[in-house]
Design a protein around this ligand. Sequence first.
Ligand code: GLP
Length: 253
Amino acid sequence: MLQIFPDQSAIAEHVSNILIDKIQSKPDVVLGLATGGTMEPIYERFVIKVRRQGVDVSKLTSFNLDEYVGLAPDHPKSYAAYMRKHLFGQLGFDESRLHLPNGLAPDLEQHSKDYALRLRQTGGVELQLLGVGSNGHIGFNEPGTPFDSQCHVVRLSEDTRRDNSRFFEGNAIVPAHAVTLGMADIMQAREILLVATGEAKARIVAHWYHNEVTEAVPFTILKRHRRARILLDEAAASLLPDQARKTLAAMPA
Ligand code: GLP
């Protein structure tokens, strides 16, 4: 379930190949998409390969995990803008099939319910991409989020707001709230690929490795998923025990 790759570009290559295989074998596949710095090299690689191989992405459906409350889709720091920049604006997608929560919905509770319902109505996610926060959050499900939670509005922790402030240069303030798919929604995906790269993730990855499943560290829930894989680069794996690192790095991708 854990795999170690030499660096983030090896992960990007691996994940892009998996995505392309899925799309080629099922053009109307439903993908669960994530944002964050971790995903940038993956989308960059994916775009290059799709163009080169002439893969048709127009029939796939996607659901993003989360969005900041209060940011319009055309706000440069919204996740909608992130997705347009790194992926949606780069290839021939059918926009009507690309879904993100709307951080400006007038009734966010109702919008969250509708978003989760829409996801279920499409048949659910075939392959979910995930990153992880340095405090173990997935999507924007912060430590302590109940495992049975569905799409909901969250108050972001100070840790998360501090981590994400690097994307909000100048005096821009990281929003205090977000809409996120819940833990139960994420676990419904048939297959999950969680990617963690860089030294900043080494502590939480080691925590995952040594600890039982607990709501205090949301991403430990993946230990309960039958088809979840955690892809690490050497830096994110650096605090794992030596023996585990050697064994995992030797495993074929
Ligand atoms: C954000 C996103 C998560 C993402 C995480 C890690 O808070 N909501 O979906 O996985 O941060 O981000 P990064 O990849 O930038 O470290």
